[in-house]
Design a binder for this molecule. Structure first.
Ligand SMILES: Cc1ncc(COP(=O)(O)O)c(C=O)c1O
Length: 489
């Protein structure tokens, strides 16, 4: 049966029972109860965001003499009091929020058998779980079943760059890039982690060519032209990174069209599905990712809409051989890897040595909710966002700039004679006001050269009622700021 809040609490307490036995400590039990009891508690979204005030409340941070449970307990309490409640219905500024109870249990499970993923010998069951999760995600995406868990979507995109480099320049994991002038392509609306990947693999961000979009989708004709132009200049195009679920607009690139172009030019196609990959679970919305099975690699985050806790991210590849080739430096890590189970050692295909058993979080979440339950969760997030988009469309005080997947971008309808800059300022002030007043936390971002509120529903506590409250708070904030400014003038 799926967790609801009451059931999940009981389940978690059972886990605590296990921990108590293992640690044989009443105090430990109390601490864990306190932490777990905080889940979903009714409270304000935050209790202040002033660095110095939080620091004063949180300390001390180190002690010369043992502080024991008393010190730990008061630190936990202070942490719970001062940290943002990402499970609050007003927490709307990220692609994640309060995580799934099953994933919280999985985190404890991972800690209790504290291990690292480099060798089968020290993580036999975790290695099998990771392999099975890679295969399960691959199956949803129409991939054969190879990949590795990473430190997040950014790292998965970087892995895409690394594999693409090795594919374009075989042996470059050893020889480096040498005299080639590699260049990469992505859309104008792709996430900044693509710049990070270009920086980190050593080609530099200038070698990343951003292709213009039509309504948030990379323009395939412009992509093709840019690849041809780069080749004519003597450069070596080696990867096109498309996005399935862009960060601000929630838009999906045309993956088939981009695969056609990448294949025609013989370059790697990586899909950043860190945000939109969750739609693979949904019968209704899976078609957003049409064509993903033709890509060479995928970034997939289970710590976003699926609700596994931070971090739980996978890099999935088509070709079984590319990861061992790209990570060929691990051939030198023989002190770890030369053991009877060498073939199962995941450290051989990961850039990390120490690596947490993150796949457990997706495993238990998947067992708890099932593919159907996760799919319904995705459907519900999109449905809630649609409700908000409808409310915005029908409200003369607001303008709907875009709605795609679970992302809704909003502006205030301009007042008489209002400039674009003044419109931007209204957005920024209203957003800051809502955050200051701990009413809701939402992001603002530039879209088509103007500042918008970017709303997203990514966790189950954001329901239709929460969107209604958010909108009335937003309008109220704008009106209050305006009337205060008139009063001050
Ligand atoms: C489209 C996209 N790709 C990648 C990332 C980076 O993911 P992570 O935070 O897991 O590194 C994000 C983060 O929001 C994103 O929106």
């Amino acid at each position: 049966m799926a967790f609801n809040k009451k059931i999940s609490f009981k389940h978690i307490l059972n886990e605590v029972g296990t921990i108590r036995k293992a640690m044989d400590s009443e105090e430990m039990n109390r601490l864990l109860r306190e932490i777990i009891g905080d889940y979903g508690a009714d409270s304000t979204i935050h209790s202040g965001l002033n660095y110095e005030e939080i620091k004063t409340h949180l300390g001390p941070f180190t002690l010369d003499e043992p502080g024991g449970f008393t010190a730990v307990e008061s630190a936990i309490r202070a942490y719970l009091e001062t940290s943002v409640r990402t499970d609050h219905p007003g927490f709307l500024r990220a692609f994640w929020g309060g995580s799934e109870p099953a994933s919280i249990v999985a985190s404890l499970l991972s800690d209790i058998r504290n291990t690292t993923m480099h060798s089968f010998a020290v993580a036999p069951s975790a290695t099998i779980v990771e392999n099975e999760m890679i295969q399960a995600i691959s199956k949803l995406a129409g991939f054969p079943g190879y990949g590795i868990f990473t430190t997040g979507g950014s790292n998965s995109n970087e892995m895409g760059f690394l594999c693409a480099r090795e594919d374009a320049l075989p042996g470059s994991s050893k020889s480096g890039i040498q005299n080639e002038k590699l260049c990469a392509f992505t859309s104008a609306e792709a996430h900044y982690s693509v710049d990070a990947a270009a920086n980190m693999i050593g080609i530099g961000t200038d070698a990343l060519i951003r292709i213009p979009c039509n309504n948030g989708k990379m323009n395939p004709i412009a992509l093709n032209d840019a690849i041809i132009e780069a080749k004519e200049k003597g450069e070596t195009p080696f990867i096109v990174l498309s996005t399935a679920g862009t960060t601000v607009r929630g838009e999906f690139d045309d993956l088939d069209a981009i695969s056609d172009i990448a294949q025609a030019h013989g370059i790697w196609h990586h899909v950043d599905a860190a945000w939109g990959g969750a739609a693979l679970f949904s019968k209704t919305h899976k078609s957003l990712l049409k064509g993903i099975e033709r890509a060479d690699s995928i970034a997939f985050d289970a710590h976003k809409m699926i609700g596994s806790s931070m971090v739980c991210s996978a890099f999935i590849v088509q070709d079984e051989k590319i990861l061992p080739l790209t990570m060929a430096h691990t051939n030198r890590g023989d002190y770890l890897f030369d053991d009877p189970n060498r073939e199962y050692n995941l450290g051989r295909i990961s850039p990390q040595c120490g690596r947490r058993a993150d796949a457990l979080k997706l495993w238990l979440t998947w067992l708890d909710l099932g593919t159907r339950g996760i799919g319904e969760k995705v459907d519900s997030c999109i449905e809630v966002s649609r409700h908000l988009a409808d409310l915005v469309s029908n409200n003369p005080k607001l303008s709907l700039i875009s709605f795609s997947f679970s992302n809704v971008c909003i502006r205030f309808t301009p007042r008489n004679g209002e400039t674009d800059e003044e419109g931007d300022l209204r957005i920024r002030r209203a957003r800051n006001y809502l955050e200051d007043q701990a009413k809701s936390m939402v992001l603002d971002s530039i879209l088509d050269n103007q500042l918008v509120i970017r709303f997203t529903a990514s966790h189950p506590n954001v329901d239709k009622e929460a969107t209604e409250e958010f909108l009335s708070n937003l309008i109220e904030a704008d009106e209050k700021i305006y009337s205060d400014s008139l009063g001050a003038a």
